[in-house]
Design a protein around this ligand. Structure first.
Ligand code: NDP
Length: 349
């Protein structure tokens, strides 16, 4: 079966690719085993030939034939995916992960909202035009950014909750990323209502994702945004003072996010659903403490042992029973996640 995976150079996409190639086998992080046959042929989209070649060359030899790439330079452009969908007949599933996630906002609309929204509707229209019958399901990698409403948290978050934003907030910079995800998810579900395609839609909505860096990553300078806090601890960049954790205190392991995508691909019960993924609570202090315990040789690089923990005394709850029930998601805990993340980083440092 063929899967079309956008944003192939991305952190989460790299783990989805690994697991698509090794579906059903072994552990999730080091899935390769010479006796395993790939279950899917995967077409990834990337912004340049250099990135595509980098992904292919980082694959173990036995999987190289199962992956190909298409260059889609800017998903915000009209018809950006047309040629790549046309060039690959009989695609069964599409997983759309490409979307900006960084802190370098120059122009909120051009840098974030357009690629998020037009990228999402763009791929849906391209499928509708060029692969309307072969594609059975589209999975959009959304976010808990479309669910949460800081600082006005309900007692419990689940998939029934929708985050809200005004246009003023969307273009303010601070809420731009969140708005880009809210608008993109909304646009995807509106497409389904309006166009009534023969494929269906699933969204996967993870909170802050940590985990081992992609195999194809050659330098920690190019590490994805959500892994920066752990990288900065590992490199000693926060030796003097721990940095504030941020508004949400929720993390999930990237391998569990990838598995949720794989398990959502062919599961009839997932149709039309959104799935919130949360592995647990964290704070920067808790990450530092895990590293201190697991890697004594890194202790000199960490913030002082008595640094304050900004984890709040009272915090909202989250209910991820739907992901467990329908997708079979099993969540790794923070210690395991930090251990494997740091292992992966030390291998790249
Ligand atoms: P990455 O930055 O690692 O990946 C983003 C991907 O999108 C990259 O492949 C990037 O290409 C591509 N991309 C961005 N803008 C464009 C564009 N205009 N045209 C073409 N490609 C583009 O991020 P993650 O893997 O962490 O995140 C992937 C998705 O998951 C995003 O949609 C994000 O919103 C969502 N998400 C992430 C979370 C996290 O904590 N990491 C949490 C919740 C949701 P290139 O690298 O070449 O720029």
């Amino acid at each position: 079966k063929k899967v079309f995976l956008t944003g192939g150079s991305g952190f989460i996409a790299s783990h989805i690719l690994d697991q698509l190639l090794s579906k059903g086998y072994g552990t999730n992080f080091c899935p390769y085993n010479k006796s395993n046959l790939a279950s899917y042929h995967v077409i990834v989209t990337v912004r340049s030939n250099i990135k595509g070649d980098g992904i292919i060359s980082a694959l173990p030899q036995e999987f190289k034939g199962d992956v190909s790439y298409e260059v889609v330079e800017d998903i915000a452009q009209e018809g950006a995916f047309d040629e790549s969908i046309k060039a690959n007949p009989n695609i069964d599933y599409v997983i759309h992960t490409a979307s900006p996630y960084h802190h370098n906002i120059q122009d909120p609309v051009k840098d974030f909202i357009d690629p998020a929204v037009k990228g999402t509707t763009g791929i849906l229209y391209s499928i509708q035009k060029y692969a309307p019958t072969s594609v059975k399901r589209v999975i959009v990698l959304s976010s808990t950014a479309t669910i949460v409403n800081p600082p006005n948290h309900p007692e419990v978050y689940n998939e029934e909750v929708y985050g809200a934003t005004t246009w003023e907030q969307a273009i303010s910079g601070t809420m731009t990323y969140r708005a880009s995800k809210i608008y993109a998810e909304r646009a995807a579900f509106e497409f389904i209502v309006k166009e009534k395609p023969s494929f269906d839609l699933v969204t996967i909505n993870p909170c802050l994702v940590f985990g081992p860096p992609p195999r194809h990553l050659t330098s920690l300078d190019a590490l994805n945004t959500s892994n920066h806090r752990t990288r900065d601890l590992v490199l000693g960049n926060n030796r003097d003072k721990i940095t504030p954790t941020g508004p949400l205190f929720l993390f999930v392991d990237v391998r569990d996010v990838a598995t949720a995508h794989i398990n959502a691909l062919e599961n009839p019960e997932a149709s039309g659903q959104r799935f919130m993924l949360v592995g647990g609570y964290f704070s920067n202090k808790r990450i530092a403490d895990c590293i201190r315990e697991l890697y004594p040789e890194l202790r000199d690089r960490l913030p002082p042992v008595d640094s304050p923990d900004d984890f709040p005394e009272k915090i909202f709850r989250f209910d991820v029973s739907k992901s467990k029930r329908v997708l079979g998601t099993e969540y790794r805990d923070l210690r395991t996640c930090v251990k494997d993340t740091v292992d992966g980083m030390l291998g790249k440092a």
